[in-house]
Design a protein around this ligand. Structure first.
Ligand code: FMN
Length: 191
């Protein structure tokens, strides 16, 4: 049976504060969820981390492992980077992998792991010239970028509505991405 391990990788934007509900939705959809957070997001969620580990059954990761230590997560079938901050989107596109979450996501492009990202930025960040370049770079690299009328649209600064962050778009898209990547009868390896 195909792996159903989903790496859910969250950044420090307000929708991450409700990540426990997203974990639950993904689990209901049949995913074995491993939760990764940027260091700032992990700081925001510090009090919830023990419960999130209990909920997922895996350590919540925000750091690279120590060399020689075993992997504490099973291999990913797919990953969702959301909410993706302006900072992390740009780091990912530029290949600046100081953070575990970005390091994983950057390497996953080269490994062909299905990837979905949904940014969460305000309209001022969105007008910065690097932002469009970064989304374009990630999209060309095969990342499914959920940004625009059908998914996330930026609000003016100070008018964000984290409760309406469309998480269901990300979960639907990652299911589609995995199905599209699965070898069909014609794509199966010869015996
Ligand atoms: C209350 C608050 C809300 C924020 N909301 C956002 C946001 O919606 N999008 C964003 O890109 N950055 C937002 N930021 C800024 C990021 O948290 C900041 O750039 C941080 O360094 C991002 O780190 P990360 O990308 O490693 O998670 C917010 C910061 C604070 C304090």
């Amino acid at each position: 049976m195909a792996s159903r391990v989903l790496y859910l990788l969250g950044c420090a934007a307000p929708p991450v504060l409700r990540i426990a509900e997203v974990v639950r939705s993904a689990q209901r959809a049949g995913w074995d969820v491993c939760l990764g957070l940027t260091p700032t997001a992990a700081h925001w969620l510090e009090e919830q981390l023990p419960e999130l580990e209990r909920q997922t059954g895996h350590p919540v990761r925000s750091r690279y492992k120590v060399p020689g230590h075993p992997d504490v997560w099973p291999p990913a079938a797919a990953a969702v980077v959301a909410p993706a901050t302006f900072n992390t989107v740009n780091q990912w596109a530029l290949g600046l992998t100081e953070k575990f979450v970005v390091g994983f996501a950057a390497e996953a492009i080269g490994k062909g792991i299905p990837l979905v990202t949904m940014p969460c930025v305000n309209a001022a960040y969105a007008r910065h010239p690097q932002f469009a370049h970064s989304l374009e770079t990630l999209s060309r690299a095969g990342v499914r970028v959920l940004y625009g009328a059908e998914s996330f649209t930026p609000n003016p600064p100070g008018e964000g509505r984290p409760d309406t962050f469309p998480w269901e778009c990300a979960l639907t898209a990652v299911g589609e991405a995995v199905a599209a990547a699965a070898p069909g009868p014609r794509g199966a390896a010869p015996e």
